[in-house]
Write a protein that binds this ligand. Structure first.
Ligand code: GAP
Length: 435
């Protein structure tokens, strides 16, 4: 049974089980930054690996890149972020709180009813300094998107990979924004990760590729287990379009706080490459040897947030049901995303034979995916723990296992149990995992 889950339920589970913690919690945390714990780091890695698989390995027209977070600040003048990556803000003269004007309903402070200041533009980029000599340090920014690292490397990648259009460059990495309106757990963080593809195409072919990528990206989320009725596409209207975009669709997920953006697919035209040509003075045109033409490619950009994807996968997988009048919570995560694939559990941890056999089984199964041994509670509690973190299979070693060399394999969602010969266990589980 699927139930409506609140962000609080998810945040509690994440904290209790070790998926996500508040950053530097022992000092009271710091606003809207998060640490991924032992299970969160596995889930996040699986999401990124699956994205990379779909965007790079499953095709032959995309290269990868890992560009630096700190970039020459001219980059951000060229991209338009220095001039226009800003929100209009007002401050309350009484309680000193700051608000985005597009989120305000009246003319008074929503918290205390105080007077508000005139609106001021507030740039979302974090500024820091490079260099250690007083007075000579250079102001730089923490990148607010990974995309620009791809545009400034366009020439390097074309020259070294010898790619012909159409082709793309994929990158996963951290981005930073000094967000004013935060909250909603990890949904809007100040430090987050993006998974971005910049797909370079011949002008005139951009609309065809735009439609293609909107479809591909929507289907990726459903293929990874998100229910179709919880996803929708929403096209940006003229006022909402970013300064660089000709067209943009958001893939939205129905989060507990309402439909919200998971990923945006934009037609960035030739905006970025032309801007970098202007500011850097480099010729970033593409030479099309099939037609003897020189032109600046158009760019289709599917840009997703890793943290938002992780949050959506957790929410979508959350299940609660009554089993023998007791509540059971489990995460019905896709097997490819589940942090731990198999837990090996001894029925009696006081019987050395069982414990030894369980350890041996764990060793035999491990290697290709995450397999854990756990004997820290009675079997009922161990099952509940694994259910709640989304482990697809539990393997239980009992007294009979010592004689018949068989173990019980319990499946997470159905709780169905199979008795399987130890010699055939790896094959059985690999087959069920399906990868
Ligand atoms: N290069 C285009 C770009 O950055 P964006 O719509 O501003 O576009 C793309 O961001 C994606 O990055 C969003 O769809 C979202 O998933 C993620 N994202 C943006 N800001 C975020 C934040 N403050 N916290 C978490 N994820 C964020």
């Amino acid at each position: 049974m699927k139930i409506d889950v609140g962000l609080k339920d998810i945040a509690n589970l994440c904290k209790r089980r070790g998926f996500i913690f508040q950053s530097s919690e022992i000092y009271g945390g710091i606003g809207s930054t998060w640490d991924y714990g032992p299970l969160g780091v596995e889930l996040k890695k699986n999401v990124k690996d699956r994205w990379w698989q779909a965007m790079v390995y499953d095709r032959d027209d995309v290269e990868g890149l890992d560009a630096a977070i700190l970039m020459n600040p001219e980059t951000w003048k060229a991209s338009g972020h220095v001039a226009s990556f800003a929100d209009m803000m007002v401050d309350c003269r009484e309680c000193k709180k700051r608000f985005r004007i597009d989120n305000l309903e009246g003319t008074k402070c929503p918290e205390c009813g105080g007077e508000l200041t005139e609106p001021k533009s507030f740039n979302l980029m974090f500024k820091t300094q490079v260099g250690s000599v007083e007075g000579q340090a250079q102001d730089v920014y923490l990148r607010p998107e990974t995309a620009q690292g791809i545009f400034v490397n366009f020439e390097n990648i074309i020259n070294t990979s010898r790619r012909k259009l159409p082709f793309g460059v994929a990158q996963i990495g951290k981005a930073f924004r000094n967000e004013i309106t935060t909250g909603n757990f990890t949904f809007r963080s100040r430090e987050f990760e993006q998974m971005e593809l910049e797909f370079f195409v011949k002008p005139g072919e951009d609309e065809k590729w735009y439609d293609y990528w909107v479809g591909e990206r929507f289907n990726w989320y459903t293929a990874m287990g998100i229910r179709k009725d919880k996803l929708r596409l929403r096209e940006h209207d003229r006022e909402e379009l970013a300064h660089y975009a000709k067209k943009c669709h958001d893939i939205e997920y129905e989060f507990p706080m309402g439909w919200s953006e998971l990923e945006g697919i934009a037609n960035r035209k030739d905006f970025d490459l032309k801007q970098h040509m202007k500011i850097s003075g480099r010729d970033l045109q593409y030479f099309d040897s099939s037609t003897d033409e020189r032109y600046v490619p158009y760019v289709i950009e599917p840009s997703g947030g890793v943290d938002r994807a992780v949050l959506a996968f957790l929410i979508d997988a959350y299940r609660k049901e009554l089993v023998n009048e007791r509540e059971r919570v489990y995460l019905s995560l896709d097997r490819r995303l589940a942090p731990i694939k198999v837990a090996v559990l001894p029925l009696l941890k006081k019987m050395p034979g069982i414990v030894e056999m369980a350890h041996k089984i764990r060793e035999g199964l491990g290697g290709s995916y995450r397999v854990v041994y756990d004997d820290t509670a009675a079997i009922g509690r161990l099952y509940r723990r694994q259910d709640e973190i989304g482990t697809p299979f539990c393997v239980t070693v009992d007294v009979e296992s010592l004689d018949d060399h068989k173990v019980t394999v319990r499946e997470r969602d159905t709780m169905s149990q199979d008795r399987v010969e130890v010699s055939k266990l790896k094959e059985f589980i690999t087959d069920k995992l399906g990868f």
